[in-house]
Unconditional design. Structure first.
Lengths: 391, 293
């Protein structure tokens, strides 16, 4: 904590009657790329503004490089911000935008020019010095905003959804470039996004935020693979959260039943006792859908050969995976949505709740109305919401 | 055949536009261009002995303007217009700037308060100032009651009264002009400036002020030009002590009945103000003054 470049201590903030931040703590190490990830309205922008000094916290302290800066004006803090809409000065050329902070500090003209040129080269905008901001594309403006913010060599660079306004392809490209830039400069980045993929791609650590508090702070794989709360599980990994009561537990496998009395299995990662209410999270792509045999007496229209063979194939494929599963949840395929490379299959369980499973490519073997059993390997289920709430 | 059809279609597509724009041109010609040409022509004619003009070409009207007494009038007008505009800017700019920072409700309320006086004729509002300014008027009584002064100030019919009248009559134009450009100011730019190390004043000067400058400049144009011609303010509050170009034109036209000379004065005034607008365009780089005029 002493060597943290940025430290937030019990920051609270309300706007009128609305509590935006409920006492948050955060320590960021020098050179770290930390992302505040959360849905809009979770307080991540307010956190950033408090670090920058553009907003004052109701209580709590902000430390930058060990110094209490809570009461310092934004111009006295060694942090710079890349704003969401770039906030480039429309009446200044690219060169003057980037050199703005140096001119304020009355840095020697020649030095300013050289530093600006270097910064522009770093963001690959050499030759754009004399352009006005409205003569640039979105991606170029983005780069100018970054150059303007790093030219001052801040201890911490704050980035407020800097790629939000760019199209997908440019965003991916800029993600890589930003990450490269960060490791080259060695500046600490505090990055805000609501895009979990972006956060997972770029960050050293992710702080998942919801309702003005941090739900979990950890490395991308920690947050993704071992979510601590159901919110983290569903927001970061778009996982399904299933509730139930523990029925049996041993060293390897814990079994629990949901409200319907159906058995569910999972790895015993944490100490739980029989009779305890638990929630587990299983990611969409980890769910297996096993078609159920039709009950006797009911007849199915004979499916055509092609579809039939595919169904057989899919069954034999999933059975190898599910062989060592104890049991699962019964349900009916409700709908199939094809989104780009992924197929989302919504399953309506017998207790009325819904799960979503995802598949790559077009899976023709399941159609809405099919009765299925939802299973997963025990190691893919994670216990969530352990300390916070036991419903 | 095909081309004929397309041109026909193009023409018929053009026609509605022409028919909607035409009235505008006719109106402009009848009420702006026509009278303007008439005034210019008039300024080169001779005054008739008794009434009207003689159709004889002369430059005498313009050479008359160069007489010291008339040049003094122009100088006096410029001085007053300059002083008024300066005061209007000093008062109107902060007003318009901070008005743009108010909440939506308070913006509306302030706007209504600024508009209400316009429901009354400006002449009548000026008579209101007489009640305030005259010896033992509202202002004198108030100041004496507060013990600030012992004897009436007798402000009416002084230069100061004219300046106050000018500022009062024209300051709304400055406020609205500054307000409209300050409203468009993205506050995040100010935050960005602060974030990059600017003090509040530096942020204002390098960002806010620069970006609201067009509003200030158009406010200056909107107030400077009319203040050259607002003869009735000098008449009513200045008691004819100060003669401005506007007063001179009005006198030559209505009292001396020297129409050609009045026309020449008007033309010169027009040229001077046009020069100002040209200067303004150059300074602000704003080519679009159409909305303004």
């Amino acid at each position: 904590m002493e060597n943290a470049i940025l430290h937030l201590n019990q920051i609270e903030k309300s706007f009128g009657a609305i509590k935006v931040l409920g006492g948050i703590d955060l320590s960021v190490q020098k050179g770290e790329f930390i992302t505040l990830l959360g849905p809009s309205g979770c307080g991540k922008t307010t956190t950033l503004r408090i670090i920058a000094g553009l907003e004052a916290p109701d209580s709590g302290k902000v430390f930058i490089a060990g110094k209490d800066v809570t009461d310092l004006e934004p111009n006295r803090r060694n942090v710079n911000t890349v704003f969401q809409n770039y906030a480039l000065f429309p009446h200044m050329t690219v060169e003057r935008n980037v050199g703005y902070s140096l001119r304020l500090k009355r840095v020697d003209k020649g030095v300013t020019q050289k530093t600006v040129a270097e910064a522009l080269e770093l963001v690959q905008l050499s030759g754009f010095e004399k352009r006005m901001p409205d003569e640039l594309s979105g991606g170029q403006r983005q780069r100018v905003a970054i150059a303007r913010a790093i030219v001052n060599e801040p201890a911490v660079l704050l980035l407020d959804e800097p790629l939000g306004a760019l199209d997908l392809q440019l965003r991916r490209q800029m993600q890589i470039e930003l990450k490269k830039l960060q490791s080259r400069l060695g500046i600490t980045f505090v990055y805000i996004t609501h895009d979990q993929e972006e956060a997972l791609n770029m960050s050293d650590r992710i702080a998942v935020m919801n309702d003005g508090t941090f739900e979990q702070i950890g490395t991308p794989s920690e947050v993704y693979d071992y979510p601590k709360t159901s919110f983290v599980a569903s927001f970061v990994g778009s996982a399904n959260v299933i509730e139930g009561i523990v029925t049996d537990t041993d060293d390897e496998v814990t079994t629990f039943r949901n409200q319907n009395g159906q058995g569910v299995v999972m790895t015993s990662g944490a100490t739980v006792s029989v009779g305890q209410s638990v929630r587990i999270a299983v990611r969409q792509e980890r769910l297996h859908l096993v078609p159920l045999a039709l009950p006797d007496g009911e007849t199915e229209d004979p499916p055509d050969a092609c579809l039939n063979s595919q169904r057989e194939f899919s069954r034999s494929e999933t059975e190898t995976v599910t062989r060592d599963l104890l049991t699962g949840l019964e349900g009916v395929v409700k709908e199939k949505n094809f989104a780009g490379g992924t197929l989302h299959i919504t399953v309506s369980l017998t207790d009325g709740s819904e799960l979503v499973a995802s598949r790559h490519g077009l899976d023709l073997s399941l159609v809405p109305g099919d009765r299925i059993r939802v299973t997963w390997s025990p190691e893919h289920a994670v216990l969530v919401d352990l300390e916070e709430e036991a419903p | 055949m095909k081309t004929a059809q397309t041109t026909e279609r193009a023409l018929s597509r053009k026609n509605p536009a022409v028919s909607t724009v035409m009235p505008l041109y006719i109106f402009t010609f009848l009420f702006v261009v026509g009278p303007l040409i008439y005034v210019i022509v008039l300024s080169f004619l001779k005054q008739a002995e008794v009434w009207g003009v003689l159709n004889e070409f002369t430059l005498e009207n313009y050479s008359n303007i160069l007489k010291p007494i008339y040049l003094m009038t122009f100088q006096e007008s410029f001085k007053l217009a300059f002083l008024s505009t300066l005061l209007i800017a000093l008062f109107g700019y902060p007003f318009g700037y901070f008005m743009a920072r108010l909440s939506a409700t308070w913006k509306r309320r302030t706007m209504i308060l600024l508009m209400i006086p316009f429901w009354t004729s400006s002449l009548i509002r000026l008579y209101g100032w007489i009640i305030i300014f005259r010896a033992n008027g509202v202002l004198d009584k108030l100041l004496m009651m507060l013990g600030i002064i012992d004897a009436p100030l007798k402000l009416l019919y002084t230069y100061a009264a004219i300046v106050v009248g000018m500022v009062y009559a024209l300051v709304p134009f400055m406020i609205f002009s500054v307000y409209s450009s300050a409203e468009k100011l993205d506050w995040q730019l100010v935050e960005a400036a602060r974030d990059l190390g600017a003090t509040p004043f530096q942020a204002f000067w390098t960002v806010s002020f620069k970006l609201t400058l067009p509003g200030l400049l158009s406010g200056v144009v909107l107030t400077f030009i009319p203040s050259m011609g607002l003869f009735f303010i000098a008449d009513i509050l200045g008691g004819n002590k100060v003669v401005l170009v506007g007063n001179l034109i009005q006198e030559q036209l209505m009292k001396a009945r020297n129409w050609p000379f009045a026309a020449a004065l008007a033309v010169v005034l027009m040229i001077l103000t046009s020069l100002m607008i040209a200067l303004y365009r150059k300074v602000s780089g704003v080519k679009d003054l159409e909305g303004l005029l």
